[in-house]
Design a protein around this ligand. Structure first.
Ligand code: ADP
Length: 481
């Protein structure tokens, strides 16, 4: 049951908020009105009948008093004048009056149906015992009132009973006509409420409709669309959330465009150089063999450069899409760093740069060996590339109980403070010419940062122009997803 509500049920129906609101308004309006109508109808019926009973009771009291005074049960028994008076009274309240004597014989019946007959009904018996009162038969639409008739002695003995029977039919038809007007009122109210419910629900839902339209336009690719529906707090929150998402999308879009532009530019540069070199060779008639050799060496360098850019790009694309595809194993980080340094020693030696490795403790960590090796290589390579002749590069490995730290410090050219944030961006180079000379692609640090983040680590740069740079990588010893 709960499951139905939660998943397959209501959420699948796609209920309309407008219809629900309209229904809600209608129910909230109609249910109390219906209850009120029914209660009022009942109360009206009751007070009407009560009023009639009291009226008849009073009349009964007056009449029994009149009969006592006229000694209707004694000397003036069956007196025609008094009998006519009784007929008149019975007509006035549209009822029937029956007078019963001590022997339960009916002395007078205004309907002339049972005179001389015996009446031993319960109200009459009770009245002779002094318990006069009312018998109500609401279902049968009548009530009976009994009143004792006394003799004229000072003891006031009960000598007869005045039984008055009155109908409530008229009252009930009054009540039902009132009920009919109530029903008519309810129907009119239903129509009015249904209409106002529909109008109100449309008005309430309108801001959401506006949001929907704006979102649809955005979905069609119109990202410049501004969404601000501030009528409700809820719509304002949605608008703000959408604006934020939109801003993010725009940033992603922009950086993608920039990336594509950069990639094409980077790929084109070596090709343009190759074309210029080849064209100038071709246009030089009888070019000497040395010139050929020199140009061909340049062309070969440009081809190397192009291939390096493509390699770096491929590495980065792989990294981007395969965040989850890390091949995590227990790796001896000391050995890993030593291997990197060994591989880079010949390059360092070319410029007489001293490569120093300082391992403060043995470190084994859960990392992707290939990717981490690439990241650290980039840092050490840069430290050599952007160094001065006869400089030094110091790599330090340390760890605490949670993370290990690799610090790559150099005595190189350093990075100006205002550029330090940018060096991790793709294709960013502080000095384009120098980077070109050293065969840089501007992708190395971007790749390194990516790898570090994939390991839930961080990278920090401290550098001073002309004095050198220090890159510190911090990576958790255990890889926790
Ligand atoms: P590149 O392939 O050009 O070296 P990187 O992404 O590795 O690209 O580095 C980006 C830029 O940051 C480099 O072009 C260089 O200007 C600067 N840089 C990187 N490492 C160092 C360093 N150790 N010393 C000075 N500058 C550096």
């Amino acid at each position: 049951m709960f499951q139905f509500w939660k998943k397959e049920g209501w959420s699948q129906l796609g209920l309309s908020m407008k219809a629900l609101l309209a229904l809600l308004f209608l129910l909230i309006g109609l249910i109390p009105m219906g209850i009120l109508g029914a209660v009022q109808n009942r109360a009206f019926r009751r007070t009407q009948i009560d009023g009639r009973v009291i009226e008849v009771q009073n009349q009964c009291l007056i009449t029994s008093d009149r009969l006592t005074r006229a000694d209707y049960m004694g000397a003036a028994r069956g007196d025609a004048l008094v009998g006519r008076e009784l007929d008149t009274v019975a007509d006035i309240f549209n009822g029937r009056i029956v007078v019963v004597d001590r022997n339960f014989r009916i002395v007078k019946d205004t309907f002339n149906l049972s005179e001389g007959k015996i009446n031993v009904s319960e109200p009459v018996l009770k009245c002779f015992q002094g318990e006069h009162g009312i018998l109500r038969e609401d279902e049968k639409q009548y009530f009976a009132v009994t009143e004792p008739i006394y003799d004229s002695t000072p003891e006031r003995n009960i000598v007869g009973v005045l039984l008055t029977i009155a109908s409530t039919e008229n009252i009930l038809s009054n009540v039902s006509s009132v009920g009919q007007s109530t029903r008519l009122f309810v129907v009119i109210a239903f129509v009015v409420m249904a209409m106002s419910g529909i109008v109100l629900s449309f008005l309430i839902v309108k801001p959401f409709d506006h949001l929907q339209v704006a979102l649809d336009r955005m979905a069609d690719g119109n990202l410049d669309e501004s969404i601000s529906e501030n009528i409700y707090k809820e719509t304002r929150n949605i608008s703000e959330a959408v604006q934020k998402t939109k801003a993010k999308l725009q940033t992603v879009d922009k950086s993608r465009e920039e990336f594509v532009a950069n990639v094409s530019h980077e790929l084109k540069t070596p090709i343009t150089s190759i074309r210029v070199l080849a064209d100038s060779l071709m246009s030089t008639e009888d070019a000497p063999a040395e010139l050929y050799r020199e140009f061909m060496t340049d062309i070969s360098e440009e081809i190397d450069r192009e291939s390096k850019i493509i390699d770096d790009l491929l590495a980065m694309v792989k990294m981007d899409k395969a965040a989850a595809e890390l091949n995590i194993t227990q790796v001896d980080i000391n050995t890993l760093v030593q291997q990197i340094l060994k591989r880079l020693t010949p390059i360092a030696q070319k410029r007489n740069i001293e490569l120093v490795y300082e391992s403060i403790r043995e470190v084994t960590a859960e990392v992707d060996e290939m990717k981490l090796s690439l990241a650290i290589s980039n840092l050490v390579e840069n430290a050599v590339k952007y160094n001065v002749e006869n400089g030094w590069v110091r790599v330090t490995l340390d760890a605490d109980h949670q993370c290990f730290y690799i610090r790559v410090a150099d005595s190189g050219i350093g990075i100006p403070e205002d550029k330090q944030e940018n060096v991790f961006e793709r294709f960013y180079r502080v000095d384009k010419a120098r980077s070109r000379e050293t065969g840089g692609t501007g992708l190395g640090l971007a790749i390194t940062k990516n790898v570090v983040l994939m390991h839930y680590g961080s990278i920090r740069l401290v550098s001073k122009e002309g004095e050198g740079s220090v890159f510190t990588v911090r990576i958790p010893l255990t890889y926790i997803v």
